[in-house]
Design a protein around this ligand. Structure first.
Ligand code: FES
Length: 123
């Protein structure tokens, strides 16, 4: 069975499992704080479930390719919409900052749990 490693957890799933559902089933923080409420629930349109995936997964769907071609994701076309990904082999997943996960800083990696966003004050 394929394994998923994300946010410091490793767990097995059936081949062909939807990545978004697998992450949510394990209480992994797939969405940013605001997107936890406002997301398309896996329909491939909101773009808030974006992650970086290493490993054997399904090819991008037309819907995913179209969504990833528009901002803020157009700068990171190598990232994937978790809701459109089927897990085919062992995978490692990283989530980035930003409402959509479009940022440059990882908020969690395969081996590291969630890092809360730092709060900065402007003097
Ligand atoms: S949950 Fe909206 S695009 Fe994946």
């Amino acid at each position: 069975m394929p394994t998923i490693t994300a946010e410091g957890k490793t767990f097995e799933v059936a081949e062909g499992t939807n990545l978004r559902q697998a992450l949510l089933d394990q209480n992994i923080d797939l969405y940013s704080e605001g997107a936890k409420v406002f997301n398309c629930h896996g329909h491939g349109t909101c773009g808030t479930c974006v992650v970086s995936v290493e490993g054997d997964v399904s090819e991008s769907t037309k819907l995913e390719t179209a969504r990833m071609a528009v901002p803020p994701h157009s700068a990171h076309k190598e990232r994937r919409l978790a809701c459109q990904v089927k897990v085919l082999g062992d995978v490692r997943v990283t989530k980035f900052d930003g409402y959509f996960g479009e940022g440059e800083q990882s908020v969690w990696t395969p081996d590291r749990g969630l890092v809360e966003a730092s709060t900065s004050t402007v003097a």
